[in-house]
Unconditional design. Structure first.
Length: 489
């Protein structure tokens, strides 16, 4: 039989196995808490892995320079971050753009909150805190009591109290002012309640991810028919928010926080509080926390929704690509690798050479293709049109469809630009007769311009060329000027 003392001790042992308390009672807990609070903020919940390593290294260098080197652990910033991830304080995640980031785990968020409360203002047994407790108990009793008449009586009492207050305000026209000290107590109570939200949101997101890992593991080990697997796991993927206690609790809170109008009202109420004269007596950190309440709620909601979307995507993708035989082969291969590493590491030394794999194992192929693919096209090309090889082609037609008329083009350039040292090539082409405005003649003009010296600009020139059969073709090229004669070069 377990005694009360032994039971209390075993309970404490289990509590300290929680990563949050494990973080706080470590030798280097102040360093871990300070570095995590520096790197991760409410505005920056996810930090790229490389940036986190750099920032932690810079902070360690600053502490060493300030004379705190003896209190720092051994190892690089990369090693420390890996240790924190192994301890469950950091979570590595790959985003949609293939960027790997660190996030604080729910245990780390809770540890930072505990450290912040311990190092900040001490929570007091104030009127606001007691009223919050009494109202919570009253709401609990009201929701738990199934007696209809009792609920009606309570609601009637509340209505009469509110009606009496309305009548007093209408009669006197005065609002009872609340003492600034009481307002300060209420503001501190609100800040205390808000500080619990990030850890709560993180716990919900991590519970969803844990459920995702459980589903995928069970799916990879499943021996049931594929149809049963599809029905069960797709349904769990669609209803992932209802699959965990934290998810169900969050769904209830979401009915209160998920209304944009309610968040707008909350923002307006916080503005009213911060404009009051008592707010000037609040520390700047508490004023900032009050100002950021709505944004922290929105960030927490987005964190949970992102985890839900990722879980649904991973589960659905695993179901679609589920191959039990292949998964078992991969598991066996990884298990063999880990077994080999565990057998090799105890007897290995730092810098010891490892015998490389000289050749890969032969693949177990059941059947190879024995016939090559058919290289012939699916259908034969169209037959060439019949041509009368005996038809006579005149010299005029052959010349009309031949290459550029260089001599005629050169004479045209001299005539067109006889009064100017340079001419615009596009203008000269447009002014040429029809037989010198073929597409090949445009190339001929460009060749002559290149020989004589040409200057190109950033503008684009357009010309219309005419083929011997009368068809037209528009060409675009960089606007070019050229010398009229060769001797001008």
């Amino acid at each position: 039989m377990i005694t009360r003392a032994e039971g209390a001790y075993l309970g404490a042992v289990r509590a300290f196995q929680n990563p949050m308390l494990d973080l706080l009672h470590k030798r280097h807990a102040p360093l871990v808490v300070s570095l995590l609070s520096l790197v991760f903020t409410a505005e920056r919940p996810a930090v790229p892995v490389a940036d986190a390593h750099t920032e932690v290294a810079d902070a360690l260098d600053q502490l060493r320079a300030a004379g705190h080197g003896d209190a720092l652990p051994v190892g690089s910033a990369r090693d420390l971050c890996r240790q924190w991830a192994d301890a469950g304080w950091l979570v590595r995640q790959v985003l949609d753009d293939d960027v790997e980031v660190y996030r604080l785990s729910a245990h780390a968020v809770g540890a930072l909150e505990v450290a912040g409360r311990a190092g900040g203002a001490r929570a007091r047994v104030s009127q606001s805190r007691v009223r919050t407790l009494l109202e919570a108990v009253e709401r609990l009793a009201l929701d738990a009591d199934p007696d209809v008449m009792m609920r009606i009586a309570r609601l009637d009492t509340e209505v009469k109290r509110l009606q009496a207050e309305i009548a007093r305000l209408e009669r006197t026209g005065e609002v009872d002012e609340v003492d600034d000290e009481e307002l300060l107590e209420e503001a501190e109570n609100v800040v205390h309640l808000v500080r619990e939200l990030p850890a709560d949101f993180a716990r919900v997101a991590e519970s969803i991810k844990a459920m995702q890992r459980d589903v995928v593991t069970a799916l990879r080990q499943d021996q049931r028919p594929t149809g049963d697997v599809l029905r069960e796991y797709l349904q769990r993927g669609e209803q992932v928010m209802d699959a965990t206690p934290e998810g169900r609790a969050f769904a209830g809170a979401l009915r209160l926080l998920g209304d944009p109008q309610r968040l707008d009202e909350l923002s307006t109420q916080l503005d009213t509080v911060l404009r009051h004269r008592f707010a000037a007596r609040l520390p700047s950190a508490q004023r900032a926390e009050l100002r950021e309440i709505v944004r922290r709620i929105e960030q927490g909601l987005d964190q949970v929704f992102t985890a839900q979307r990722e879980a649904s995507y991973v589960i659905t993708a695993q179901v679609r690509n589920h191959d039990p035989l292949r998964d078992r082969q991969v598991d066996d291969l990884l298990r063999d690798v880990m077994t080999g590493m565990q057998a090799w590491l105890p007897d290995s030394r730092r810098g010891q050479a490892v015998t490389p794999l000289r050749r890969l194992p032969v693949a177990d192929v059941e059947h190879l293709r024995q016939t090559p693919g058919d290289l012939r096209p699916a259908q034969a090309p169209d037959a060439l049109p019949d041509r009368d090889d005996d038809a006579d082609v005149s010299d005029t037609d052959a010349r009309a469809w031949g290459g550029p008329h260089y001599a005629d083009l050169d004479a045209h350039l001299r005539t067109f630009g006889e009064d100017a040292p340079e001419v615009d090539l596009a203008a000269a082409f447009r002014a040429a007769p029809a037989e010198l405005r073929r597409p090949v003649d445009l190339l001929g003009l460009l060749e002559l311009a290149h020989q004589r010296g040409m200057t190109e600009s950033d503008e684009v020139a357009f010309v219309d060329a005419v083929r011997p059969d009368g068809t037209r073709r528009r060409f675009a090229f960089g606007a070019t000027t050229t010398r009229t004669r060769d001797e001008d070069r």
